[in-house]
Design a protein around this ligand. Structure first.
Ligand code: PBG
Length: 333
């Protein structure tokens, strides 16, 4: 055949392939999510093989391990004791709560590691919702935001670098920015869960924190988060959310889940110049783990290919439970 153009020429050797590679993955792209609890033990999470609920004592060692592998940011999620959960989630702004203590400990022992927090009521709510549920079973927007602002200010006071509202209440980014600035935390950034979909992929996470929506008393509790998290059928709406977050002062925008929403990452990349993060969520993690345990897929290859796909779609940052494994593999380990 007389072909002028043969794309295989540039795929012929590893050196040629490396020269024309369009995207790359680095451990500095990762944000490592960690679960903490009050217990003295490190407790494996059944639905997330390889992930644990860390005791505060063991937490620093795991964060140090991540730092040594080149990971530069962790995000902390609390498994709150059932007895501390209330309808208004007030434990979320307890200065001596689990998360503020974890942040202060990490900042004193590993001050250079960036710390991101999650802002939402679900780990602290006896109803398992991200906001306050009214007697009629409605998740209240503005009342919830008051709580979230107090939560964010306490987290910033403990030393958090990035505040991550995951609640999807309208107007929360602007309200958080103002609350943080009023308290002298203008240097603390907001990484907004901009396009967070109402997704079944969060299942293992809710098991890890025991935070799924549930009926605690006599009031009706919505079974899902569809009145605040986005409809998986919608893409244009993500652009609207992104425009609002940008106007309200978000520093980084996030798309969540990641893998089933690569088109959303791509669209936000074209709409905005802000850094974009993808959340490779618990269900995505556990599916890979389960298939790998059965020997059905090559875990290392699948994880690295998946993480690369977020970068190719346009993400700058990736929240992933695979962070330490992937960082090890990137070093050839
Ligand atoms: C809480 C929150 C959730 C996740 C991150 N923050 C769960 C939810 O919205 O129900 C999910 C993360 C994951 O599945 O890995 N607002």
């Amino acid at each position: 055949m007389e072909l002028t153009y043969r794309p295989r020429r540039l795929r012929r050797t590893p050196a040629l392939r490396a020269m024309v590679r369009e995207t790359s993955l680095s451990s500095a792209d990762f944000i490592y999510p960690l679960f903490v609890h009050e217990g003295a033990e490190v407790e494996p999470i059944g639905a997330m093989p390889g992930a644990n609920r860390w005791s505060l004592t063991a937490l620093t060692g795991e964060v140090q391990r991540a730092w040594d592998l080149g990971v530069r940011c962790v995000v902390l999620f609390p498994k709150v004791a059932e007895g501390l959960k209330t309808e208004d989630g007030a434990e979320c702004f307890n200065e001596n709560g689990l998360i503020p203590r974890a942040i202060r400990q990490l900042k004193s022992q590993l001050p250079e590691m960036a710390i991101m927090t999650d802002v939402a009521l679900d780990p602290y709510s006896c109803d398992g919702h991200d906001g306050i549920v009214s007697e009629q079973g409605v998740v209240l927007n503005d009342e919830t935001i008051d709580q979230l602002c107090k939560q964010a200010v306490v987290q910033a006071g403990a030393g958090a670098d990035l505040i991550g509202p995951s609640d999807m209440m309208d107007g929360r980014v602007g309200a958080l920015r103002e609350a943080l600035d009023d308290e002298g935390f203008e240097h603390v950034g907001i990484i907004s869960y901009t396009a967070k979909y109402s997704s079944a992929y969060y299942g293992p996470f809710r098991e890890a924190l025991d935070s799924a929506p549930r009926v605690a008393g006599s009031k009706p509790i919505p079974k899902n988060k569809d009145t605040y998290q986005m409809d998986p059928a919608n893409a244009r709406e993500a652009i609207t959310e992104a425009q609002l977050d940008e106007q309200e002062g978000a520093d980084i925008m996030m798309v969540k889940p990641g893998l089933a929403y690569l088109d959303i990452i791509h669209r936000l990349r074209q709409e905005s110049e802000l850094p974009i993060a993808a959340y490779n969520v618990s269900g995505e993690y556990s599916m890979v783990k389960a298939a790998a345990e059965r020997g059905w897929i090559d875990e290392r290859a699948v994880v690295l290919e998946t993480l690369l796909s977020f970068k190719r779609a346009g993400a700058d940052l990736i929240l992933t439970y695979h962070a330490c494994d992937a960082a090890t593999w990137l070093r050839g380990g």
